[in-house]
Design a protein around this ligand. Sequence first.
Ligand SMILES: [Zn+2]
Length: 187
Amino acid sequence: MRRGVASGSERALPKMLWSPGTGPQHVVRVVNVHCPFCRHDDSRVIDSRTAEDGTSTRRRRQCQACSRRFTTVETVALSVVKRCGTSEPFNREKVVSGVRRACQGRPVSDDQLTLLAHQVEDQIRSTGAAEVDSHQVGLAVLGPLRQLDEVAYLRFASVYRSFESIDDFLAEISALRESALSRPEGS
Ligand SMILES: [Zn+2]
């Protein structure tokens, strides 16, 4: 008895089309995921959940060849172009270590640094850009760092904005004082 050609097994492309927002610079990729057990490149999505913060989606998949199940996590590509022109994936740890240097000796906890790095990432991702330069990352650090610790902020800003004289510091300090005065009591 001859086996019929399997029908109805149209190769369902893993649904990895991703387009949050409509910015033209979004990177939308279609990726074939290989089964981690048998390397087969065709899987069926059986469940899909978006993370609360909306930055990633977990998908439960079933391999079409060996039927085993596995999970993929998809995130929107975000890379940082360094001053030398090369680019690398955005990394919150790098933000933390950069800011930590400015926070030496200051009452800033690791948790606060982690939160700051999240705020920086959120701010950058909210622009919808798939690629930013390292200058923009520094810019996104300034706001939340200023809320966190004014001394650390001054240190970070002095490097980031290349302060050249005491006047640069004085100008920044008086800007800080002004915004502190205009801030409502207790905030
Ligand atoms: Zn498999």
